[in-house]
Design a protein around this ligand. Structure first.
Ligand code: BGP
Length: 482
């Protein structure tokens, strides 16, 4: 037994609509950008298709079928003792095209039922308003977030959510991993920017034109986020709105100052750039230099900077899975061969998907973030993607997952002892769901197993894993019994 966590600490788990719900075209839902992306593997990347192809597998179309299993799923979360649940709303379930005048009532009803059940269980929802999906129509007609008019469509959607769920939801996140637009050419995933038919979903080689578009779209998302914060506060003074950043702790490969500088730049652009705008309400000083170096010219309008200043978030949330290592030596950087384009860290172990396990990195990151911003912090994604085996008697002995989570919970506990105002922890994919990066079901994170595989077999049956009972114990003891 160690010392318990602070009283009122938020314990839960996290999911995203397009990765768990399925029912992609049911009850009036329009297609989202996520619905146009094929399955894949680590070696064979997911691809975007401009039109749906009948002979192609699109994992989001059925995902884990949460749409028809949500009662059972919430009951399982309740059994684990969750007092919070981070989930997202599919924008195209509420506004099928994105620019519709009126919302789709069936979509609103679906989420209301979920939030009411959460309330009955004493589970506080943390809702991501846009998690890696945009109504696909907005991509086709407006080029996604490249078009400034999308800000108003997003705000109409936000207003609908804030008014409809005023009595049920108090924590909101404006965009999942907003910095994906800077990392890995994630413009399609993060902002619905058009891709060529057949393009891979992620690509670390970015052209100047793509970069220009990503930063322009990002500027629009910053404005939308800042407006949404103000709107949320106006509609309900109890609303708390956070940013959500892909936390990318990185280290220099060596003490060579050239490596240290490369790493500092990576930390600035991958982490601090978006956090600074959303928490401090202004572009950081290093933006100017970066824009000049990369020939980026942002189109801004009068009043934009004031909007950013007026819409600072209330808390900082982030995802953390692994750390990266940076080097000025291009041969080392390329030899790593993983998605995040770093060098291999000789002190860490890597998963089959090339992600390192580094709980100390989480503690470091928490301290850095809190030192920089000084506002409450939440870890809203963390976990180990792994293959699970079901034994003949229906058990899943995921000791590797327990080991990973235990070390990370110890790390967050240590960060709290360091003085960080950390208020919640929601491990990723608490119920198995589709992996965003690879499109696989095989890369599982859950405490609850979902009977579904990448050959589209399985009946979506839910099975608690060994980690389910372990996490229940963790929550019951408020983090003292790991
Ligand atoms: C984060 C995303 C999630 C999630 C997670 C795990 O970046 O916010 O949507 O999927 O990563 O990544 P993956 O699914 O690729 O294993």
């Amino acid at each position: 037994m160690t010392k318990a966590f602070p009283k009122g600490f938020l314990w839960g788990g996290a999911t995203a609509a397009n990765q768990i719900e399925g029912a992609w075209n049911v009850d009036g839902k329009g297609p989202s950008t996520a619905d146009m992306v094929t399955g894949g593997t680590f070696e064979r990347p997911r691809r975007f298709t401009a039109e749906l192809q009948s002979d192609t597998y699109y994992p989001s179309h059925q995902a884990s079928d949460f749409y028809h299993h949500w009662r059972e799923d919430l009951k399982l979360l309740h059994e684990m003792g969750y007092n919070t649940y981070r989930m997202s709303i599919a924008w195209s379930r509420i506004y099928p095209h994105g620019d519709d005048e009126a919302p789709n009532q069936a979509g609103l009803d679906f989420y209301r039922k979920i939030f009411e059940q959460c309330q009955a269980y004493g589970i506080e929802p943390i809702v991501t308003i846009s998690h890696y999906e945009t109504p696909y129509y907005l991509t086709k007609k407006y080029h996604g977030w490249l078009d400034r008019r999308v800000i108003d469509f997003y705000l109409r959607y936000c207003k609908t959510l804030f008014l409809n769920y005023k009595d049920l939801v108090h924590y909101w996140l404006t965009f999942n991993e907003i910095n994906i637009l800077i990392m890995m050419n994630g413009g399609y995933v993060g902002a619905g920017l058009p891709l060529e038919d057949g393009s891979p979903l992620f690509n670390s080689r970015v052209t100047d034109a793509q970069r220009q578009n990503c930063f322009q779209a990002l500027h629009h998302q910053f404005l939308a986020s800042a407006e949404a914060v103000q709107l949320a506060h106006r509609i309900n003074a109890d609303n708390w709105v956070g940013c959500m950043i892909a936390g990318s702790q990185s280290y220099p490969l060596t003490p060579n100052p050239a490596d240290v500088l490369v790493n500092q730049r990576a930390m600035e652009m991958n982490n601090w750039f978006c956090g600074d705008v959303q928490v401090r309400g202004a572009y950081p000083y290093f933006a100017k230099r970066y824009f000049e170096d990369h020939h980026i010219r942002l189109h801004t309008e009068r009043g934009d900077l004031a909007t950013l200043k007026a819409g600072k978030v209330d808390f900082y949330s982030f995802s953390y899975y692994s750390s990266n290592t940076r080097t000025a030596d291009p041969t080392e950087a390329e030899s790593a061969g993983n998605m995040t384009v770093g060098a291999k860290n000789p002190y860490l172990k890597y998963s089959e998907w090339g992600w390192s396990t580094d709980p100390t990195g989480l503690r470091i990151y928490l301290n850095e973030v809190y030192g920089r911003y000084g506002i409450p912090v939440m870890v809203v994604e963390n976990g180990l993607g792994a293959r699970d085996e079901v034994t003949v008697d229906g058990r899943i002995n995921d000791d590797y997952r327990i080991a990973y989570l235990k070390e990370h919970i110890e790390a967050i506990h240590a960060a709290i002892d360091d003085g960080v105002d950390l208020i919640g922890y929601t491990p990723w994919g608490c119920i198995d769901l589709v992996s965003a990066g690879t499109g696989q079901m095989a890369k599982r994170y859950g405490f609850v197993y979902v009977d579904r595989n990448d050959q589209q077999r399985g009946n979506f049956r839910r099975l608690p894993k060994k980690s389910f009972y372990w996490y229940r114990q963790v929550i019951q003891s408020n983090g003292a019994d790991l």
